[in-house]
Each structure stands twice: as structure tokens, then as C-alpha cells.
Design a protein. Structure first.
Length: 502
């Protein structure tokens, strides 16, 4: 492998202006495939979810999945696109064993949705508009596993295994218009766009859009043009980038690589590239000259898709609040700063907090637990917050116990610990571990008497009017009760017993 020469990022941006195009594939979460009734459930035995249609057997006929079309239209509408009155599927012909039909059913010059935009918010709060060229429907391919080579790639493999369970799962491909004017923030815009799109897809409920599971993947097209010129340069296309961070890194790397090639008098060849997670580099894939001619033509086995305007309007009515606007609303409701909101977002805590508030907890309390104790635990166990074995309802219950004075923060933390350890719900853990605050006069009174008796000097000071000194006696009571005393009540009793007004 040749080492790629780079120029520094700042140097690249001093001479060139980046132009980007992002192509995002989203696997829809429909129950069945796009053109047959096979299940889309993940994790099944290879080739157990196949039929004559998705295996491309002669004579088998496809039927369009209505939920797939509905999802495509809802995505299109959420992206402010026009929805076609009439459009068709097309055959994209190629021979490769991952698609046993020898063509992929896709859309070509008649996409279901086109001409839209998505506003994305950058870290400094600025909103950048990304124009959408089209969103079209297609199907996923099967999965090949190359066996016997060192790299898992086909080169050097002794044989390949094919699993067609994925063949025919509905995909929506969303393609941006060339993104210009982002300048040095192009990589940040790329990441913010994919992040916003992922939130939108999740909010629509059409896919879980988990990038690490390949449910959403991004091709990053990038070119440079000399600053102050209009004409686009030749682009490279980095394929199947699989995380938000990688999208940003891939764009950044390509800017530096293109700049190095161009500034040394070389030419960029139009090609696909592979991204490497380990060092953030890209390497050459296939050149555009080698690319096949897909001989697209309209799919004769499927009727055109002609969504009525009534249906489109009905679907428009099902659109959720846009994620960006929802975030803004929540931030206002919770009364927190941009910085605090950003931490909540980074921690993936928005939905858990919302659910906890919905279950009756005050927002500041819900945020305190999810961003504190629970974030720490999730981080330790390398889990997402939502995957912790505690529910928002349980956190809300713990907040209620604190509010009514049955628990203090320390006891609440122990209750959470017990729930996470599988000891039961909050009330059960409080019961089993005996975590209730000690506030009954008898038990607390004994502890207070002991604290006074054990610290005569301090008690004397308090009697003499140094009321602040009572803190040390409260500390002794807390220690004796292993933190379970009602501190405020203990203080009150100490002052009473020493004959001082509180
Ligand atoms: P292909 O299928 O060959 O990849 P598409 O037109 O579907 O082509 O997608 C190309 C993507 O790259 C689109 O997002 C487009 O806006 C963008 N693009 C086109 N030309 C350039 C260029 N010169 N530099 C950067 N991006 C480009
Ligand atoms: Mg492409
Ligand atoms: Zn099938």
C-alpha cells in the first residue's frame, strides 16, 4: 500500500473550497421485504428468510410493500421534498452473487421524492441548510462472507458464503445536492447532517437507523475547487462510512488528500474509496472508468407508484415534531444552557429524561439522575442509557420518594444501585435494604442523644450560642445512622435538646 501524502487541513482550506455530496442509505424497519412477504427479522439462520421472488427464481413476481412506500413518502415529506404524482421502479442490472436476480430493483430518473432540504444545527448554534436532490426506494442486497483470506476481503479468499436474508429488505437512498459554502466546516456539516437525518428517521419510526448495525450508511462524495472559482473539481466517493465520527473523519481526510494531489500538480481520478476506521484514512477502490453500465430500464413486473394527493396529505399529518425543533423546545422547558443541552444530547439522555418527566418527575431531578449516577454507570458498563436495567418510571418513583422525604440523595443512589443490581423495583429495594430515612422520634432521638453525649465540647459551644457548631453533631448523627437520618430533623432536635432556638 502506498502511503498517502497529505497537506495540513488549514493549508488545504487556505487554497481550496470543498464541495460535498452525501448519499445515505437507510434500511427500513418494515416487517416484510420490499417486494415479497419474507421476514426482515435480523439474526435468523442464513437463507432461512428467502422465497422465489427474493431469490430471483424464474417466473416469480414482485409486489410492492405498501408500508415501504408509505415510509418513503413520509421521509420525503419530512425532508421538505416534492412527492412524485407518478413514478416507477427501475432495474439496475449487474452480475454479482449478492443479488441473485442479477439486477437490483431501484429507482432511477423517477424518484418518489425530490427537491427538498434539511436544516442542521452546527456546534456553535448556526443553522446550515443542506439541499436534498432526491430520496428513492430500492432494495438491499444479500450479504457475502469471504472465507480463507487474511483481510475478509474477496482477494485471497478461498471461497465465499452468501446469505440472502438481507436481499430485498427495503432501503431508502437519500442524496444531497452538492453542498457548497461550508468551507472549513464541511466535515462538521457532513456529520451534523447525518446525525440530524438519523434523528429524523428515528422520530418518524421508520427505522432504528443504527449505524453500527449497518441500518444506516453514508457515502461521502468530495471534491475541491480552487478558492474563488465556480467549476466543481473531480470527486472521490468514500463508500459505506459507518459512524458519525467516521463521516467527519472521511471528509477531513479527503480534503487533505485532494489538496495534496492538486497542489503538487496531480489530478484527482473519479473513484470510489474505502474508509479505514483504525487510522482514519481512505484507500482507492474502483475507478469510475471501470464502473459498470447498469443499463437501467423501467421494471416491467411492477405497476407504477402513483400516490394520490389525499394519501400524501394524510401522511403529512403523521409527521412528528422535527428533532431540531423538539430539542429547542425541551431546552426551553428544562431551562438549561446550550452547553448543558449539548451534554444531555451527547449522553443520549433526551428520551430517558422526557420519559421520566412524563412519569411525573420534575425535569431538573430527572436530568440530575440520568446525567449523573446513571450516565456514570452506563459509561462504566459501556451501555447506552436506555439499555440500563432501570426504567424512567422507576427513576420517577425514586424522585417521588426523595420529594416526600422518605429518601435523601445518598439513599436514592443506593436504591438505584439496588434496582440496577436486579433486586427489584425502588420500593422493594428500599424495603429489602432498609433504606428509609430515619426520622421517627425514637430512633433519631437516641442517635441525637448519643451524638451530644459523645461530643461534650461541641455541645457546650452550641449551648453557648455557636449554632454553626451543631453541624458537627448532625454529622455524628448521620454517621451513626449510616447516612439514613433525616438531616434537617436531626438538626432541629439537637438545637431543641441543647435549648437553642433554630
Ligand atoms: P453516483 O450515483 O454516481 O454516485 P449521484 O449523482 O447519485 O452519483 O451522487 C453523487 C453525489 O455527489 C450527490 O450527492 C451529488 O450532489 C454529489 N456531487 C456531484 N458532483 C460532485 C462534485 N464534483 N463534488 C462533490 N460532490 C459532488
Ligand atoms: Mg454514489
Ligand atoms: Zn422473499
Amino acid at each position: 500500500m502506498t502511503v498517502t501524502e497529505l497537506v495540513s487541513y488549514d493549508e488545504a482550506l487556505a487554497s481550496y473550497d470543498p464541495v460535498m455530496g452525501l448519499e445515505v442509505h437507510v434500511e427500513l424497519g418494515t416487517r416484510t421485504k420490499m417486494f415479497c412477504g419474507c421476514s426482515t427479522e435480523l439474526g435468523a439462520e442464513p437463507n432461512s428468510q428467502v422465497c422465489p421472488t427474493c431469490l430471483g427464481l424464474p417466473g416469480a413476481l414482485p409486489v410492492v410493500n405498501k408500508v415501504g412506500v408509505e415510509s418513503a413518502i413520509r421521509i420525503g415529506l419530512a425532508l421538505n421534498c416534492q412527492i412524485a404524482d407518478w413514478c416507477r421502479f427501475a432495474r439496475k442490472n449487474y452480475f454479482y452473487p449478492d443479488m441473485p436476480k442479477n439486477f437490483q430493483t431501484s429507482q432511477y430518473d423517477e424518484p418518489i421524492a425530490f427537491d427538498g432540504y434539511l436544516d442542521v444545527q452546527l456546534e456553535d448554534g448556526e443553522v446550515f441548510r443542506v439541499e436534498i436532490e432526491r430520496a428513492h426506494m430500492e432494495e438491499d442486497t444479500g450479504k457475502s462472507t469471504h472465507v480463507g483470506g487474511a483481510t475478509g476481503r474477496i482477494h485471497g479468499a478461498s471461497h465465499s458464503l452468501l446469505d440472502y436474508n438481507r436481499a430485498g429488505i427495503p432501503l431508502i437512498e437519500i442524496v444531497t445536492k452538492p453542498i457548497v459554502g461550508a468551507g472549513e466546516r464541511a466535515p462538521e456539516v457532513a456529520k451534523a447532517y447525518v446525525a440530524e437525518l438519523r434523528e429524523l428517521i428515528k422520530a418518524l419510526g421508520v427505522s432504528e437507523a443504527r449505524m453500527e448495525m449497518g441500518q444506516m450508511r453514508c457515502d461521502v462524495n468530495l471534491s475541491l475547487r480552487p478558492k474563488g472559482t465556480e467549476k466543481f473539481g473531480t470527486r472521490s466517493e468514500t463508500k459505506n462510512v459507518n459512524s458519525l465520527r467516521s463521516v467527519e473523519r472521511a471528509a477531513r481526510f479527503e480534503i487533505q488528500r485532494h489538496a495534496a494531489v492538486l497542489s503538487s500538480g496531480g489530478t484527482i481520478i473519479q473513484e470510489t474509496r474505502h474508509f479505514h476506521e483504525d487510522d482514519g484514512s481512505t484507500t482507492s477502490g474502483r475507478a469510475k472508468e471501470e464502473a459498470e453500465d447498469y443499463r437501467y430500464f423501467p421494471e416491467p413486473d411492477l405497476v407504477p407508484v402513483a400516490p394520490s394527493r389525499e394519501w400524501v396529505e394524510e401522511l403529512r399529518g403523521t409527521l412528528p415534531e422535527l428533532p431540531r425543533l423538539r430539542r429547542k423546545r425541551l431546552q426551553e422547558e428544562w431551562g438549561i444552557s446550550d452547553h448543558e443541552m449539548q451534554s444531555v444530547l451527547n449522553a443520549g439522555a433526551v428520551d430517558p429524561i422526557v420519559a421520566t418527566v412524563d412519569a411525573g418527575a420534575p425535569a431538573d431531578q430527572a436530568r440530575k439522575w440520568w446525567m449523573g449516577e446513571l450516565a456514570r454507570r452506563a459509561n462504566e458498563d459501556d451501555l447506552e442509557l436506555a439499555a440500563l436495567p432501570i426504567t424512567p418510571e422507576q427513576i420517577a418513583r425514586i424522585c417521588a420518594l426523595v420529594a416526600e422525604g422518605s429518601l435523601n440523595d445518598k439513599l436514592a443512589r443506593q436504591t438505584i444501585e439496588g434496582v440496577l443490581a436486579g433486586e427489584g423495583g425502588p420500593d422493594e429495594v428500599v424495603e429489602k435494604r432498609g433504606l428509609k430515612i430515619v426520622s421517627d422520634e425514637g430512633a433519631l432521638g437516641t442517635a441525637v442523644d448519643e451524638a451530644i453525649a459523645g461530643n461534650p465540647d461541641i455541645a457546650e459551644k452550641v449551648r453557648g450560642g455557636k449554632v454553626q457548631a451543631a453541624g458537627a453533631l448532625v454529622g455524628a448523627v448521620m454517621k451513626a445512622t449510616r447516612g439514613q437520618a433525616d438531616a434537617a430533623r436531626a438538626r432541629q432536635m439537637i438545637l431543641e435538646k441543647l435549648g437553642v432556638e433554630g
